[in-house]
Design a protein around this ligand. Structure first.
Ligand SMILES: NC(=O)c1ccc[n+]([C@@H]2O[C@H](COP(=O)([O-])OP(=O)(O)OC[C@H]3O[C@@H](n4cnc5c(N)ncnc54)[C@H](OP(=O)(O)O)[C@@H]3O)[C@@H](O)[C@H]2O)c1
Length: 295
């Protein structure tokens, strides 16, 4: 429940690793049922352009988790010098491949590539990372969708910890298409009152101080400070900056918060778990397996 007031001792961590284990266990069960019903193994293909060390590490982590739950990872590596047309061609090839059920384009892709053109080439049924404009439209309208994995993971964490969204004031810092925007839409659909902030927002600390729930997604290390938040606030730190540092000044803010996500161990593990769960759901749909009957 959303606490109105809290002291430092009251502050609880939202344990993303533990919640992610539950999501992965459910995904693993879905994979087993799909295999039993069809003989097919759900598969996630990742398109990795260039050799950015962080992207290589994230891709490796995602594929390791895939293997743990029985999802077959497929890696398509392209050099950083590749053009948009070739990346689109590879995505379209994976889109037509019946043995691939989910497609992830690891981002950021190198600058000259038109990432919007690449995202739009992913068929809706395989857009398990929720990056296409059609999927964002579905998210905004509250229609069934593969919601971008980070905001979807954050919503699941908020639900796990029984944070009351109905009527709460949520402040989202960041308006990117994969994080801030879908996050704000989901919160609106859950009946929160949402303020969406960005780099041009004036008096950001004053706005954040009014929040019952803060979602920090600006990509600025230790950006949200203790004197920006009111006592009892629920803080979700989606940031992941070099050195495994979040967007929230964790040690200081936890003194005032009722609930907070750590970095690492908060939003990150949930993002990967949701991606794999989406892949299992996508495979079930494409293979005609009705998971919801026993889910
Ligand atoms: N844990 C995970 O799995 C995961 C997944 C994805 C992303 N992330 C992390 O989440 C963070 C955000 O990612 P992203 O992809 O959404 O980043 P992004 O595309 O760079 O967007 C950052 C957003 O923050 C806003 N912003 C930047 N500086 C600001 C400031 N001083 N005040 C207020 N708003 C500011 C920007 O505003 P403008 O629109 O005005 O430029 C933009 O909307 C990063 O740290 C990233 O590493 C984590």
């Amino acid at each position: 429940m959303l606490a109105a007031m809290s002291t430092a001792e009251d502050c609880k961590l939202m344990d993303g690793r533990e919640a992610a284990r539950r999501v992965l266990a459910a995904a693993s069960d879905k994979v087993r049922r799909i295999l039993a019903a069809t003989g097919a193994v759900p598969s996630l293909a990742t398109v990795l352009v260039g050799d950015d060390p962080a992207s290589v590490t994230y891709t490796r982590m995602k594929h390791r988790r895939c293997e743990e739950v029985g999802v077959r990872p497929v890696l398509v590596e392209l050099p950083a010098t590749v053009g948009t047309e070739e990346v689109v061609r590879q995505v379209e090839r994976l889109g037509a491949d019946k043995s691939v059920h989910g497609i992830l384009v690891q981002h950021p892709v190198p600058r000259p590539i038109d990432r919007r053109a690449v995202f739009e080439a992913i068929p809706l049924a395989k857009d398990v990372d929720g990056v296409s404009s059609a999927m964002l439209g579905r998210v905004i309208l509250g229609m069934p969708a593969f919601i971008p994995c980070t905001p979807a993971g954050i919503m699941r964490l908020l639900q796990e910890y029984r944070v009351v969204l109905d009527g709460a004031h949520a402040v989202v810092i960041g308006r990117s298409p994969i994080l801030g925007r879908p996050m704000a839409s989901m919160l609106i659909n859950a009946h929160a009152t949402v303020t969406l902030c960005h780099s041009r927002t004036r008096s950001l600390p004053d706005i954040v101080r009014q929040a019952d729930i803060v979602i920090a997604a600006a990509g600025r290390p230790r950006f949200v400070r203790a004197d920006w938040v009111k006592p009892g606030v629920v803080v979700v730190d989606a940031g992941y900056n070099p050195g495994s540092v979040g967007d929230v000044d964790f040690e200081a803010v936890r003194e005032r918060a009722s609930l907070i996500t750590p970095v690492p161990g908060g939003v990150g593990p949930m993002t990967i778990a949701v991606l794999i769960d989406h892949t299992a759901d996508a495979a079930a749909r494409q293979l005609g397996v009705a998971l919801s009957v026993s889910a």
